[in-house]
Each structure stands twice: as structure tokens, then as C-alpha cells.
Write a protein of this length. Structure first.
Length: 274
């Protein structure tokens, strides 16, 4: 081998894809400007002892040098890279479903790879799309895809990519910064106003609970408190961003009743709309 070769290539290993190895060898030929008449010699030299043994099995008389290089490669591909019949490949394809722990995007990629050996020709994208919809685990995603008018494989992949991102962030969004699940649930039902009301009620419940705990801790007492306290106002500071006053427990109960009535009105409004 010439000393000025750009690089070399490792010998073929039995059990590996011969097609992949030969594809790399063709790049070797191209980079090193190997002439057509020299390719057979380079191939026999670089492919290693296991490949030479295969060649001798194909040509026991040792006359492989008289065979066209393309014919030799075709026979080796047929022998070393045996492919199951299209019928078997299509059976495996039609039985493929999304595995546990497999993302939908990975499932799409697996279907694409499998479809390459099924002989679908122009029907390939339709076959992949049909199998995708049947084989995915997420029923909500399936419904989303079925609801899309004139769905193509490319559009399905875009929807799936967006869906996967949203699903990955769903846990954090559902909990919210203060564990307020009502706001998100209300938005999902189509009412942001209801969600805000849920949030306010949630904070009111927290304040009322804290007020009850403080009152139980202090006891009834007989001393006169500040004027604002006697008028039904109470101070708050711990756990809040600023100092101020909050209304009494009775007033909070009134707010709660108003909030409940607001939610009922909002629900009735939505039912009229739909």
C-alpha cells in the first residue's frame, strides 16, 4: 500500500453490516483516488482474512480476479447481509407498537427505519402515518392527530415534537409556584377568570387558616388591642412581602361566599356558550 494514503480502514468483521463497511471503503477509494482497475486488489487487501475466506467459498477455483468487481460485491452483500422477505418485514412493521419508556419521537424514527425494508415504495409515508396513529400509547395525542384535517407525516412529527415538550413541562405547570392547581385546571376548561378566582380563594383559605391558628394560640384574652384590630382588621407580616392589615374572619367568609357565587355564574356562562 502506498505510504501517501490519506488513511486506512479496519478489516471487515463477520456479523457486522457488509453494506456499511463497503460504503466506507468507497469513500476510502474516493479520497485516495484509487483507480477502477485497482479496486479489487485494495478490497482483498483491506477487507481482512474473514472476507478472503468468504471469497474463496464463493469461488473455490480461485478465479475471483476474473470476475467483475461489482459482481463480487453483489454476491457478498447477498451472502453477508441477508434481508428477510418483504412480507416478513411488513408483518413486523404492522405489529410494531410504542414500547414502554420509548418516546413518541423515537417510535416514529423506528417506524421509518423499519419501513425501508418493507417495499412500500410510494405508499411508505402513508403506511408510517397509519402505523404511528395505531401504535402510540398516548390516547390524547392519538385523538389530537385524528382531529387534524389532511394530516401528513411531516405535520404529525411537528405536532408530536410540540406535544412531547408540553408533556415534559406539564408537571411543573400543573403545580404552579404556590401549588395552585385551580388556575391551570380552570384554564384547561376555557376560563382564565375562573382560574384567577380559584387562586384568590386559595390564598384566602390560607390566611383564614393562619388566623384561626393564631387565635387558638393566643386564647380569648381580655386586653384592649390596637384600634384597627378592634374594628375588625388584623396585622400580617410573616410570609408576606410587605406589612399591612387584613380583614377579619367574618369578612373573609363573605368574600368566600361571593367567590363561590362568581364561579357558579362563570360556569353557567360557559354552559350557555357551549
Amino acid at each position: 500500500m502506498s505510504a501517501n494514503m490519506a488513511f486506512t480502514i479496519e478489516p471487515y468483521r463477520r456479523g457486522a453490516s457488509f453494506t456499511d463497511w463497503f460504503t466506507r471503503l468507497k469513500y476510502f477509494f474516493k479520497v485516495n483516488n484509487v483507480k477502477e482497475e485497482d479496486k479489487m486488489a485494495y478490497f482483498v487487501t483491506l477487507s481482512g482474512p474473514s472476507m478472503f475466506a468468504e471469497i474463496k467459498l464463493l469461488y473455490p477455483a480461485g478465479n475471483f480476479e476474473e470476475v467483475a468487481f461489482e459482481d463480487l460485491i453483489a454476491k457478498l452483500k447477498s451472502r453477508l447481509d441477508k434481508i428477510e422477505p418483504d412480507l416478513v418485514q411488513r408483518y413486523k412493521f404492522s405489529s410494531r407498537v410504542q414500547n414502554p419508556g420509548e418516546t413518541t419521537e423515537d417510535f416514529v424514527l423506528a417506524l421509518k427505519l423499519q419501513a425501508e425494508f418493507c417495499g412500500f415504495d410510494n405508499y411508505k409515508e402513508i403506511a408510517i402515518l397509519d402505523r404511528l396513529i395505531v401504535g402510540i400509547n398516548d390516547k390524547n395525542l392519538r385523538q389530537r392527530l385524528l382531529g387534524e384535517e389532511k394530516l401528513s407525516l411531516a405535520n404529525a412529527e411537528k405536532i408530536i415534537a410540540t406535544w412531547e415538550i408540553a408533556k415534559a413541562n406539564a408537571g411543573a405547570v400543573d403545580e404552579g409556584p404556590n401549588g395552585n392547581t385551580g388556575f391551570v385546571a380552570a384554564i384547561r376548561n376555557g376560563s382564565e377568570r375562573a382560574g384567577i378566582a380559584y387562586g384568590k380563594l386559595n390564598r384566602t383559605f390560607d390566611l383564614a387558616k393562619r388566623y384561626q391558628e393564631e387565635e387558638a394560640f393566643r386564647g380569648t384574652g381580655s386586653g384592649r388591642g390596637p384600634v384597627k384590630s378592634r374594628l375588625g382588621m388584623r396585622s400580617y407580616d410573616e410570609g408576606h412581602h410587605s406589612r399591612g392589615w387584613r380583614i377579619s374572619k367574618e369578612t373573609k367568609a363573605g368574600l368566600f361566599a361571593n367567590g363561590v357565587q362568581f364561579l357558579r355564574n362563570e360556569r353557567a356562562h360557559q354552559e350557555k356558550m357551549f
